[in-house]
Ligand binder design. Structure first.
Ligand code: EPS
Length: 352
């Protein structure tokens, strides 16, 4: 089974990502991994931390001469700002962040103990995991892309998106923050990933769960999503056609590529709503954790808007879930074995 774990605090020494269960015989191009990390650092509205860090992964286990050997892959991303022990305590919890709940749960008097791990900096480690999974998926011609759809109520128009940039500039001027919506599209998938047989095998549930685990994500849609609730069934379900060359196909994809918890061979279309960043430079009312007196929430260096970066992180978690589902279906301890099993199944599906 493919699984991963990350460790590390936002201002600790480094972030660590361990990916276990990846096949042997996969060449890992480090520049690709680092480029994914760079993509995650970009986007209009990011905070000053992004100017300090230039995230790079060092792979310290699981490879020989850049090729996987089937053992756990460990990646280390150093933090240039590793000031965790020098940073001041945070006692006025920021509404929306994990400060208050984290302090109550772990019995902290200083919410920094909570915010250091709950910070979205952790997503750099997940981006590195996703990069390795993307390399694996690319061997099967599976591709994953994301795009920003809306920021703070302004819909992106695909060009320079002047209005979106203006909206972020306004948020900055008002010492405020913004969220938005982004889309993740995966193409080239075979039908048959995931299963209806048990709740924990449903592909849509796995994807939605991992997208919801990204910091600040408050909603996930598959395909037409919430809008499918407004329409007649005849307008929602994707009629089925068959062609000798293409096999079974659809002219619409309202299902977002998943029916019955199983990929149907169409593009998997996922959309996420991200809430605005919770550190506000003009802070909301809060209460001091220790004195219990009313006080404005703490301020920290932070982003104003990170929707574009969250899209890159979402690509990574989707890549992990799809790689996991591919390995669950096709197995294999080496890339050659997985590919052989995959190709045999594709022939079987085409014959159907
Ligand atoms: C982030 C690093 C953090 C934040 C942001 C994401 O760096 P710092 O707190 O040192 O400025 O910019 O984290 C949050 C949004 C958050 O809520 O903590 C990163 O690497 O993406």
């Amino acid at each position: 089974m493919l699984r991963y774990m990350t460790a590390g605090e936002s201002h600790g020494k480094c972030l660590i990502a361990i990916l276990d269960g990846m096949v042997a015989g996969l060449k890992i191009e480090i520049p690709f991994v680092n480029n994914e990390l760079k993509r995650r650092q970009q986007g209009y509205g990011r905070g000053d931390r992004m100017a300090i860090e230039s995230d790079k992964a060092q792979i310290v286990s699981g490879l020989r001469k850049q090729v996987t050997i089937g053992s756990p892959i460990t990646m280390v991303i150093a933090n240039k700002d590793s000031s965790i022990d020098r940073l001041p305590p945070v006692t006025c919890a920021r509404p929306g962040h994990a400060d208050l709940v984290g302090s109550l749960k772990y019995n902290f008097k200083d919410a920094r103990n909570a915010l250091e791990r709950s910070s979205a900096r952790e997503t750099a480690a997940r981006t590195a995991i996703g990069a390795v999974c993307k390399i694996f998926l690319s061997k099967f011609n599976i591709k994953i892309k994301s795009r920003t759809i809306m920021i703070g109520g302004i819909w992106a128009n695909g060009e320079k998106d002047k209005l979106v940039l203006e909206r972020i500039t306004t948020a900055k001027r008002k010492k405020d923050t913004l969220g938005g919506i982004f889309e993740v599209i995966s193409t080239g998938l075979p039908p048959g990933l995931g299963s209806f047989s048990s709740a924990d095998k449903k592909l849509d549930a796995a994807l939605a769960g991992s997208l919801m685990s990204i910091q600040a994500i408050k909603g996930v849609e598959v395909g037409l999503g919430f809008r499918s609730a407004e329409e007649f069934g005849s307008n929602v379900h994707d009629a089925i056609y068959y062609d000798k060359k293409r096999g079974f196909y659809r002219n619409t994809n309202n299902a977002g590529g998943i029916e019955g918890g199983i990929s149907n061979g169409e593009a998997i279309v996922l959309r996420c709503a991200m809430k605005p960043i919770s550190t506000l430079m003009d802070p909301l009312d809060s209460v001091d954790l220790n004195t219990k007196r009313p006080q404005k929430a703490a301020t920290e260096r932070s982003d104003i808007c990170a929707v574009q970066a969250a899209g890159v992180v979402a690509e990574a978690v989707v890549a992990f879930e799809l790689a996991k589902a591919m390995l669950a279906k096709f197995g294999g301890d080496s890339l050659i074995e997985s590919k052989r099993n995959f190709e045999g199944y594709i022939k079987q599906v085409k014959r159907a």
